[in-house]
Ligand binder design. Structure first.
Ligand code: 8OZ
Length: 375
């Protein structure tokens, strides 16, 4: 796994190309360039067979995008209860591991690297998506104004079950097993999904976590679950193959917090101590404004000694500048990668980008998935 890149890919950095397009090392991973494909839920796994990825269409989608130095897979649930949307792939069953293998193989054959985004949605789901399992969360608080998209249409999410300490340990174990499975499936590592109001984020925030035990209250206690997940995953696969995605100020999925700088400031310092490969920051509001106040990303960049992957609303010029100026080690593109399978070639050439079609982001089938044209 992660054999040295061929010389043709790992060039000397003596070209006049922007650094964004030059090789880099992130943790244990050697990347051909610093363009990252962000994790993107596409809802095209085989749900009937058991949330299994790896259809010919899934393989082709990732193969087309293997120009990225690093691909972060779509969110992949570590357990049935961690699923919150239709047809998202899992990483807990042997069949799912087998399903991922042709995906990781195709990406490696194209000279790219791929980590699995391991995910638990917590309270952002409904029993009709989890095989009847009730949603779980740090506290029995329903998120405000959140609906689940099910086969029966939009439904309100129920008040979740507050996890017991024993159940928290079981979820940590599910993340650990997800990381082990990711390595068995040929991934180069994992990104822990700590963003966007899902289970880890729910523990971090005082708007969702009102526990009075060791997992709630103080900032240290609210960060405990996230750090136990990180520690378990690091123990399983090594710190050099582990990253985490965070969205300190994103208000989605009913998440709210009184002091993101304090919570994420502590968390970043603890992540730094653990020597993980990267932190992946959604700067501002996921998919929206970058100008939301509340967290100092430059501070995080200078505090965390691993790689800093920047995300949210970057274009060619701002991405080139972020890496050239040292504000980021790499830049992740989400919607641009949905619509532009050859994004790196287009960015290098300064070519126009295709327009993404939101109406096919989460629909089954190849339309809007593998049929966006390359240059
Ligand atoms: C869009 C649709 C479904 C899921 C996230 C995993 O917000 C997601 C997601 C995004 O991180």
């Amino acid at each position: 796994m992660n054999a040295p890149l061929p010389r043709s890919v790992l060039r000397d950095s003596d070209t006049d190309e922007p650094q964004l397009f030059q090789p880099a090392r992130i943790g244990d991973l050697e990347l051909a360039n610093r363009v990252v494909m962000a994790p993107l839920t596409r809802s095209r796994a085989d749900e009937v067979a058991g949330d299994i990825p790896g259809s010919a269409m899934n393989v082709e989608y990732y193969r087309q995008r293997s120009n990225a130095g690093l691909i972060i897979s779509e969110g992949t649930q570590v357990a049935p209860a961690g699923k919150g949307y239709m047809a998202t792939p899992g990483i807990y069953s042997d069949a799912q591991v087998e399903g991922w293998k042709p995906v990781t193989q195709a990406v490696h054959e194209a000279g790219s690297r791929i980590v699995a985004q391991i995910w638990h949605v917590g309270r952002i789901t409904h029993p009709s998506l989890t095989g009847g399992l009730h949603p779980v969360a740090p506290s029995a608080l329903a998120p405000q104004e959140v609906v689940a998209y099910t086969h029966e249409g939009k439904v309100e999410v129920p008040v979740p079950h507050a996890l017991s300490v024993q159940e928290i340990a079981e979820v940590v174990e599910q993340f650990r097993r997800g990381a082990a499975n990711a390595m068995r499936a040929g991934f180069d590592g994992v990104e822990i999904h700590g963003a966007n109001g899902y289970l880890i984020d729910q523990f971090l925030r005082d708007g969702a976590n009102q526990r009075t035990d060791a997992y709630g209250g103080s900032i240290e206690n609210r960060c405990r679950f996230a750090l136990e997940v990180v520690d378990a995953v690091v123990a399983e696969i090594g710190a050099g193959r582990v990253g985490i995605r965070l969205s300190p100020v994103t208000p989605v999925n009913g998440i709210a917090d009184s002091d993101p700088q304090a919570v994420f400031g502590y968390l970043v310092q603890e992540l730094d101590k653990r020597g993980i490969a990267f932190v992946h920051f959604i700067e501002g509001s996921t998919g929206g404004s970058r100008d939301l106040p509340g967290f100092d990303y430059a501070w995080a960049r200078s505090t965390f000694r691993g790689a800093y992957i920047a995300n949210n609303g970057y274009d060619r010029d701002t991405a080139i500048d972020a890496v050239a100026s040292g504000r980021a080690d790499a830049v992740a593109f989400g919607r641009a990668y949905i619509a532009n399978p050859d994004l790196v070639q287009r960015l290098k050439a300064g070519a126009a980008l295709n327009t993404p079609f939101p109406q096919t982001f989460y629909t089954p089938g190849p339309a809007g998935y593998i049929d966006y044209p390359a240059l």
